[in-house]
Ligand binder design. Structure first.
Ligand code: ADP
Length: 537
């Protein structure tokens, strides 16, 4: 069994059946997500939505990605977006009393055989933002993504994709597993279809007033506490969790955490009720994009196997770009993040005075809560020799920070998986993290014992307190002056395989279990029908 997949007796039975089914046959998989690089992105979901299909297609599976077409966002992203062309096919779905049409467009993922379909519906998706504009959620977000979820099923039918698996992600596609189960089950093209639902962040649930149930087109009987209702509201994340054949989340630790009150965001009981069907799989990294030996955006290439000397050049280049003094002896800490409470910026706020007293450099990139943005901007204006803050989204600078920083800060309050700590590990940039979720599953603390056995690759702490974060930054600073120990931390991170290979394999096992489960269910249904017919005769 691959690491990170927890198994009990019932699960092993599913897996055993699934493995029989594997038999060399390639699966037909439809993966759907409200964002996918390079077409759109607000966070890690977009990275996963592309990297997973690429990895699955690379091992021979027939994969289609379905995502919305956001023309304004794509225009802003510019030249890196592959050509998008019409398929000539359209879909038509009911949303409440309205009939809404959409066009199906087609594109590709660079270097992959996976197909990409984009749903074009200008009234819903031709907007400057994906979900938010000027810090305000779009008022019709429920309608937009109920439409999108229905469009995914209709596009699957119209394109004749006949999937074994429909894999939906986060609340925006939470209705998809419900539609597979309730409306499409057994209909032409969906006879074999099972659903998998992945939770990327419990904090975003797609919770709307109860009358939006009418938009879903599903019967009110599903508006109950075991299915779509949550504290009187329609909850699309819960809908996905309760209807999918299997549920995954993006790290083994997070899959346990979300079943507790502390991390469950009100859905811990719902998740506990699906305990046996909830699997944590740590995301991988798209190493075509994040690889210091090939990265076109960094000053010099380097690797663990040849030499990491190039990292020093990347550090100097970053210091020059950010206007920081070019010094190799000073510990340069990087941060690329949404500047929010989730990411632990209040801890940085609380220890900012003590931090500025240290001989360190800080490079911040991101945007978010205005309170944190102005704090970090003020720090960089007050002491520009120590702090450089860039507000905004900048792909190129994000690569240069990963390559040029010595250490990386991620003191998150909670972190379902986190990608930046893994990018950091690959780039020999030692992460300093709170040991929660995927951070706990990827970063190994530099304790004496872990350094001795060669597993240490970063600094971790548990207590969510600014003094504890500050103390860990001091630990890192002290160890940075011992080049041998520091190099050992870097090597432990750089030499491990963080690619999608392992994660994709774990997803395949989940798909196989879901298919086996679905086949068993269909058999039971057929037997039940036979028994009913016999008793009628
Ligand atoms: P999130 O909770 O935001 O999804 P993750 O660590 O899972 O956090 O993923 C964030 C992704 O977004 C990473 O690929 C990260 O590099 C990227 N990112 C976040 N903020 C910025 C920014 N300001 N500029 C460039 N990339 C960013």
């Amino acid at each position: 069994m691959a690491p990170g997949v927890r198994v009990n007796a019932r699960q092993s039975a599913d897996v055993a059946e699934g493995l029989k089914l594997r038999g060399g046959r390639s699966m037909r998989i439809v993966l759907t997500s409200s964002e996918a690089v390079p077409f759109s992105k607000t966070g890690g979901l977009a990275d996963v939505a592309t990297a997973l299909p690429k990895s699955l297609a690379a091992v021979g599976h027939d994969v289609s990605l379905i995502t919305p077409y956001y023309p304004q966002v794509i225009r802003k992203n510019g030249t890196d977006v592959p050509t998008i062309v019409p398929t000539g096919k359209t879909i038509r779905v009911s949303i409440g009393s309205k009939q809404i049409e959409g066009r199906i467009l087609k594109s590709t993922l660079p270097g992959s055989r996976a197909s990409v379909y984009l749903i074009d519906q200008p009234a819903y998706f031709d907007r400057p933002g994906l979900y938010v504009e000027q810090d305000q959620d779009y008022r019709d977000n429920s309608e937009r993504f109920i439409f999108f979820s229905r469009a995914v099923l209709e596009a699957t039918r119209v394109l004749d994709l006949k999937p074994d698996i429909i894999h939906a992600n986060d609340w925006q596609t939470g209705l998809v597993p419900a539609l597979v189960n309730v409306e499409y089950r057994g209909t032409p093209g969906f006879e074999r279809t099972s659903s998998v639902f992945t939770i990327h962040n419990m904090a975003f649930q797609g919770q709307f007033w109860h009358w939006d149930m009418l938009l879903t087109g599903l019967d009110w009987k599903y508006f109950n506490w075991r299915q779509m209702e949550c504290y009187g509201h329609l909850n699309l994340l819960k809908t996905g969790i309760m209807f999918a054949d299997l549920v995954t989340t993006v790290s083994p630790t997070y899959s346990r955490e979300i079943q507790t009150q502390e991390f469950g965001c009100g859905l811990n009981s719902a998740l506990s009720s699906r305990n046996e069907d909830l699997i944590g799989i740590l995301n991988g990294v798209d190493t075509d994009v994040w690889n210091p030996s090939t990265d076109p955006l960094i000053a010099e290439h380097y690797s663990a196997t040849t030499s990491i000397a190039g990292k020093a050049a990347c550090k100097a280049a970053l210091q020059r770009r950010l206007g920081l003094p070019v010094r190799s002896d000073v510990l340069l800490l990087g941060s690329i993040s949404r500047m929010t409470q989730q990411k632990g910026f209040q801890l940085l706020e609380q220890c900012s005075g003590m931090l500025l007293d240290q001989d360190i450099q800080l490079a911040f990139l991101g945007s978010g809560d205005p309170r944190f943005e102005s704090l970090l901007l003020k720090m960089s204006q007050d002491i520009p020799t120590k702090v450089a803050t860039t507000i905004g989204y900048d792909e190129e600078l994000s690569h240069q920070i990963e390559a040029g920083a010595d250490a990386f800060l991620m003191p998150s309050e909670f972190e379902p998986c986190g990608l930046n700590q893994m990018y950091s590990l690959i780039y020999g940039t030692v992460p300093i993290v709170r040991a929660v979720g995927g951070l706990a599953d990827s970063v190994v603390d530099a304790s004496v014992e872990n350094i001795a056995n060669g597993t240490a690759n970063g600094f971790t702490f548990r207590e969510f307190r600014s003094e504890v974060l500050f103390w860990n930054i001091c630990r890192a600073r002290a160890m940075y002056s011992d080049k041998t120990k520091w190099n050992r931390l870097q090597m432990a991170g750089m030499k491990r395989d963080w690619s999608w290979k392992h994660s994709a394999d774990e997803y395949l096992r989940v798909y196989e279990r879901a298919i086996a489960r679905h086949e068993r269910k269909s058999e039971c249904d057929t037997n039940e029908r036979r028994t009913e017919m016999a008793s009628c005769r």
